[in-house]
Ligand binder design. Structure first.
Ligand code: SF4
Length: 321
């Protein structure tokens, strides 16, 4: 690990200002991804800004009837919150599908959104990787690509976003609150937070230099039956090959978002509009423009079948509401 300087931030605005003053600075909270990346020298921050003393670890109701989740709320606490379990069950289920109990005890809400891909070539510094070293190439294209994306990919990168929580947040239309180094705050819809890989897969989200996530806000509860189904190689501590987050209402309408298939949580308006017509038109809309490899083309069938079983279960349960 490379040496670095360290500070404990006093306020979110101070943390953001410090990040702007220190080129190559990184925020650290749970550290469940960043520390691994630092040990491998994939991330080499010159300065670490510890956020753990900031008062960003509460879950509060909003005047609009939603919930404001502090950036430092641990994944375990968010999943166990009774308001989340009752009103945003898809979020609680997605959180509990992620990582392991120990990791969820440390991992934070903001850190979960910002975790990096688990593409094995990203973690292997002997391999070309445009996300780790822009312009070096992509070892996954033509390489081992069983876990990689099948939609929304580019010629530069076919990595997936690893988060389960982010898929549920996308389904719920969460908004991300930030503070910038000049002290101004802004709110970003999660729909526009993550970037497509394009030619610059190392630029993964809409945050600017030094900008710090302070909270994630959920709108009013949507009701309906809320499910999260994750298909993976083993029952725990594994990333999604495919995951489906779904909300189905008693009248048959609903919405879906997928994980494990794209560079970001994958949700398409036309797919939501098709939920009442069955899983086939939903899948057709989600996968209208795919690009697979011979190793990951199975994901299209897996996603269609996972969608079908999830929507069937949700529809049956919605009749009992
Ligand atoms: Fe790197 Fe993306 Fe290619 Fe993986 S898929 S090697 S993260 S550029």
């Amino acid at each position: 690990m490379k040496s670095f300087t360290y500070e404990r931030a006093g306020t979110p605005a101070e943390a953001a200002a410090s990040a702007a003053r220190h080129p190559g600075a990184k925020f650290i909270a749970g550290g469940t991804n960043l520390l691994d990346l630092m040990k491998l020298e994939i991330e080499t921050p010159a300065h670490l800004i510890d956020l753990n003393g900031l008062n960003l670890d509460s879950i509060q109701p909003t005047p609009e009837g939603g919930l404001r989740i502090g950036a430092l709320v641990r994944n375990t606490d968010l999943a166990a919150d009774m308001r989340v379990r009752k009103e945003y069950a898809v979020l609680s289920r997605a959180l509990l599908a992620g990582a392991s109990g120990q990791l969820r005890n440390r991992a934070t809400t903001a850190g979960n959104l910002l975790q990096r891909t688990r593409c094995p070539y990203f973690y292997d510094t002997n391999q070309p990787c445009n996300k780790r070293l822009p312009g070096s190439g992509c070892a996954a294209i033509g390489g081992f690509s069983r876990q990689h994306a099948v939609v929304g990919v580019s010629e530069a990168c076919i990595a997936t976003h690893p988060s389960d929580m982010a898929v549920a947040m996308r389904l719920l239309d969460a908004e991300i609150e930030t503070v910038r180094p000049d002290g101004t705050v802004r709110t970003l819809p999660i729909a526009s937070f993550y970037k497509a890989p394009g030619k610059t897969p190392h630029l993964e989200n809409a945050l600017t230099q030094g900008e710090l996530i302070t909270a994630v806000t959920l709108p009013q509860p949507l009701g309906g039956v809320q499910l999260y189904r994750k298909v993976r190689d083993r029952a725990s501590y594994a990333f999604a090959l495919v995951s489906v987050a779904a909300i189905v209402q008693p009248d048959g309408s609903g919405r879906v978002a997928l994980g494990g298939v794209a560079h970001k949580p994958w949700r398409i308006d036309a797919a939501d509009a098709a939920v009442s017509r069955g899983s086939k038109p939903v899948a057709d809309a989600l996968f209208a423009d795919t690009k697979t490899t011979h190793e990951n083309e199975y994901k299209l069938i897996l996603a269609q079948r996972t969608l079908a079983s999830t929507l069937t279960e949700a529809r049956a349960a919605s009749h009992e509401i």
